[in-house]
Design a protein around this ligand. Structure first.
Ligand code: SAM
Length: 311
């Protein structure tokens, strides 16, 4: 359905947990995340069904880290089984991907985005608090092997922290059939991010002048390529190129609340409506109509990091 600004809302991001096995510097504290706030695969299916009735066709499972849940394959399978769902995707840090990729594919998962901010072991450890780079790289290979497609790598660069590793990340798109996307760092007050750390899409293009625009846009990303590349390089620029006017997404959080816009703290609880299909659908419609015109990161920072609101 269309929201109040004429945007067709067709993309639902479902956060299935606030828990995470990593502690990324920009994300928000994970130690306060509680398993008790998680919904069962049955309830998630019920909620997603209501969104699908309102026009959602693409669902992305995210978190926290979705693969810390041992019922993740069942959740994916249930979402895949809903009539009207055309694509089910997953965003993961990749640590447990090698272990789950085959089963996830079997459960009906189409594609996967893997977050990887550095290919250097010690920088990766500094950024995430864990010594697991090798596992993530194995996860990326396994995702390709089992036929998840597309496989994308998402990277957030910060000046003086991991920006010197941009070349190696771009090389991944050269060597492998994967898309590497650079996401501009977004400010969340909880994480105390210094805006001066932001590496913009423009910075990337200045560093890699050989990247040629493909005039291909997908959701929030604009894509580039270069001679001899197997994959593409994507730029996601929420800060320097606000894409709110074409935003087609809405977020279901791990406790059953809905967040219409990443840029604001407002959420709306669906759990009181869970036992009545019609009421649930009506409430989803009401919430979609409350989606604001756009974020205002320039003036207002949302308090909670993406580990809690579903990246
Ligand atoms: N655990 C999963 C993962 O690592 O992909 C899913 C959740 S994570 C919050 C999703 C994405 O949000 C990651 O790619 C992460 O880099 C990104 N992210 C988190 N905080 C961010 C921030 N402040 N600015 C930009 N991207 C951020």
């Amino acid at each position: 359905m269309k929201d109040n600004f004429g945007r067709e809302i067709e993309y639902l991001r479902v956060s299935v947990t606030q828990r995470c096995n990593l502690n990324c510097v920009y994300c928000g504290k994970t130690d306060c995340a509680k398993k008790e706030t998680e919904l069962s695969p049955e309830i998630i299916e019920k909620l997603v069904r209501a969104f699908v009735k309102c026009g959602i066709t693409k669902v992305r499972v995210t978190g926290g880290e979705p693969l810390v849940r041992n019922d993740i394959c069942e959740t994916v399978k249930r979402i895949r089984g809903i009539d009207g769902v055309k694509t089910v995707a997953l965003t993961t840090n990749g640590v447990y991907l090698k272990q789950y990729a085959k089963e996830l594919k079997k459960a009906g998962l189409d594609s996967v985005n893997i977050s990887l901010d550095s290919t250097d072991g010690s920088t990766y450890r500094h950024l995430t608090g864990a010594d697991v780079l090798e596992k993530v790289m194995e996860g990326i290979d396994e995702a390709e092997n089992v036929g998840l497609s597309p496989v994308k790598v998402n990277a957030v660069l910060m000046k003086g922290v991991n920006s010197d590793g941009a070349q190696e990340l771009v090389n991944l798109a050269k060597e492998k059939e994967i898309d590497v996307r650079f996401i501009e760092l977004m400010p969340f007050s909880e994480s105390g991010i210094d805006k001066r750390l932001i590496v913009t899409g423009g910075d990337i293009l200045r560093q890699f002048p050989f990247l040629k625009p493909m005039n291909y846009f997908e959701g929030t990303a604009e894509y580039y390529t270069a001679d001899g590349f197997n994959g593409k390089v994507g730029l996601i620029n929420p800060i320097t190129k606000k894409f709110c006017s074409t935003c087609n997404r809405i977020r279901l959080l791990s406790d059953g609340k809905v967040k219409p816009c990443l840029g604001y703290d407002e959420t709306y609880d669906l759990i009181p409506y869970i036992n009545d299909e019609n009421e649930l659908e009506n409430e989803v419609k009401n919430i979609i109509l409350k989606k604001p015109a756009g974020h205002s990161f320039e003036s207002e920072m949302p308090s909670k990091g993406l580990n809690r609101t579903g990246g």
